[in-house]
Design a protein around this ligand. Structure first.
Ligand code: WTA
Length: 569
């Protein structure tokens, strides 16, 4: 149960990504297919009968898959997609709850060289539409409960040729373009010709929110495995004997990089719970599965804290040996609390959809400074740049823009169809994630907020632009501005300022109606938690709405000289 005690200094000395390539038995120029690495290779290593996935849902159903099951089942999904005419390079969307078909289907898509496009199953039809349209998605794998959202937008998506329903029960007839496929019919396919993808072949397309435009498709390649494997081994400290639980949904990058790819490529057993959050439900799950390594997020940790220490004491948490967190600032109270109740600190990890893997972190054994994100992962050169001059800051404690030297294996290769936005992420040969931080004299990063208007609610990024556009589609809304509002648990929630069209009057009922409108169209995450009616919105001289002014008011910050805000816009 001891942590790997290799020190940070030892890790960075002579660091080279070839460490990871060697462990994976990969040689440059070889075929490299994540689907194969995550199933066939583990079987070939003699772990065919080892449990890969232990799954349960809220109805108490439980399913277990060995690595051989994952191999055969992903083969059968790949073969089925091929039989439908899906080929390498095609985008296949995975639009499902956290069911086994999502985890295994992801590998099946990769095995045939197609591009996996996971989307959060709580997305409404509008959120789904813009992402499928931008990607020119050819097939979508979904469940009965979500198919109506696809039907609603199908006519406007000429590229979408197939809708694969994984739990069709025959009760209601399938409609246009729909086909039924169940992983539970038959035993899977013993052998599949795996498409010979190489390092730079596209693998995953994850959509992430932008501040100004529509969501951007972050294109990753199979070579990302090299980063994901080694960061999971060193940061999450995953070992053969571990039982791992990543609480993230594969609709988001944590759920694919560290909820599918890394744990399966390392051949560990992972547990998945397709159940809504409850503190006791989580503790029970840890006790039952004997989870050893747990990767979660600050909002969940804050919710657990709120449920109280007594709730923890009812369960046996002694299996836990290593805890990590991602997605939002991990406040020091959360680290101190976890040390008290679990006897273990949460280790913060900082990264984003575009980086594909952990960039800044606390490696096991490294001194954790509560409130700090830790240091750059070995092989990652990270600094902060002066906000005005873009020069690296040399004085400790001064806040600047986080900047990372491009070149690590899992870096995005493009924003789909958006070269302009991609280029905009670089300055002086640094990649800029869009966050602010300071660095202390020990090289620890201290997060200081985002550098844009994107709202991070419970670890999920929401674009104010997307919500504003959707609000304008409501019959009553003349103008809107959307900003983050502070929240004790979710850190930030969505708040909308709305001016109404003539003939509409502000009321509580209208507020609820508008909220619901957004929830259905976009998602529960994007739904404003509050709507404030205003006569007009503050604008710059060129007519742009000054979100930052509204945001500053919500956060009780000094607004200062608004003329500079205007010039900035
Ligand atoms: C934020 C999630 C503070 C940050 C993996 C980043 C964090 C965005 C941390 C990426 C952290 C992520 N501390 N903030 N440890 N980790 N963030 O693309 O603003 O969904 O740019 O990827 O979340 O969110 P994304």
């Amino acid at each position: 149960m001891e942590h790997n005690s290799t020190s940070y200094q030892d890790r960075i000395k002579d660091f080279d990504w070839s460490i990871s390539e060697k462990e994976l038995g990969y040689k440059r120029g070889d075929v490299l297919n994540i689907g194969w690495y995550c199933s066939d290779r583990i079987c070939q290593m003699g772990k065919a009968d080892k449990l890969a996935l232990v799954w349960e849902n809220s109805a108490g159903e439980e399913r277990k898959f060995t690595y051989n099951d994952v191999r055969r089942t992903s083969n059968s999904i790949g073969a089925y997609l091929r039989s439908l005419g899906i080929k390498d390079g095609d985008r296949v969307c995975l639009f499902m709850d956290k069911i086994p078909e999502l985890y295994i289907g992801f590998l099946g898509v990769l095995k045939i060289g197609a591009i996996a496009q996971p989307l959060f199953s709580a997305f409404g039809d509008e959120s789904l539409f813009v992402r499928l349209k931008d990607a020119g998605t050819r097939a979508i794998i979904t469940q009965r409960k979500h198919v109506s959202k696809v039907r609603k937008i199908l006519a406007q998506l000429p590229s979408l040729e197939r809708i694969i329903v994984v739990d069709h029960d025959g009760k209601k007839p399938l409609q246009e373009k729909e086909v039924a496929f169940s992983i539970y019919d038959g035993k899977g396919v013993e052998s599949l010709d795996i498409f010979p993808t190489t390092a730079e072949s596209p693998s995953v397309l994850h959509y992430t929110s932008g501040t100004t435009g529509q969501p951007k498709g972050v294109k990753h390649v199979h070579y990302s495995l090299i980063s994901q494997y080694l960061t999971a081994k060193w940061v999450l400290d995953l070992k053969d004997s571990d039982i791992y639980w990543c609480t993230a949904d594969p609709g988001w990058v944590t759920g694919t990089s560290y909820g599918i790819i890394a744990p399966f490529a390392l051949g560990v057993t992972q547990c998945v719970q397709d159940v809504g959050f409850s503190a006791e439900g989580w503790y029970k799950f840890i006790e039952k599965c004997k989870v050893t390594v747990w990767y979660s997020a600050p909002t969940a940790i804050r919710s657990l804290m709120k449920a109280g220490d007594e709730a923890v004491k009812k369960y046996n948490m002694s299996s836990l040996r290593h805890l990590c967190s991602v997605g939002e600032p991990l406040n020091s109270e959360a680290v101190i609390w976890s040390e008290r109740v679990f006897g273990l600190p949460f280790h913060d990890t900082y990264w984003q959809t575009e980086t594909g893997s952990i960039m800044i972190t606390n490696l096991p054994g490294m001194k954790v400074k509560p409130g700090s994100m830790g240091r750059a992962f070995p092989g990652i050169t990270a600094t902060v740049l002066d906000i005005h001059t873009s020069e690296p800051i040399t004085s400790p404690g001064k806040v600047g823009l986080i900047a990372i030297k491009p070149g690590w294996p899992s870096m995005m290769r493009a924003y789909w169809n958006n070269e302009h936005a991609y280029k905009g992420k670089f300055k002086n040969n640094w990649y800029l994630p869009g966050d602010r931080s300071s660095i202390d004299s020990d090289g620890y990063f201290w997060f200081a907020g985002r550098d844009d208007d994107i709202i991070n609610t419970g670890g999920h990024l929401v674009s104010p632009f997307e919500v504003e556009s959707a609000l304008l589609e409501h019959e009553s809304v003349a103008e809107s501005a959307v900003v983050a509002k502070p929240d004790q648990i979710n850190m930030e929630v969505v708040k909308a300022f709305v001016s109404l069209k003539p003939g509409f009057n502000p009321s509580g009922d209208l507020e609820l109606e508008i909220m619901n409108f957004i929830r259905k169209k976009l998602s529960p995450l994007a739904m404003p938690q509050e709507i404030e009616y205003v006569k007009s919105l503050p604008k710059t001289r060129s007519g742009k709405i000054m979100r930052r002014l509204l945001r500053a008011k919500e956060w009780g910050q000094e607004i200062g000289d608004t003329s500079t805000l205007e010039d900035d816009e």
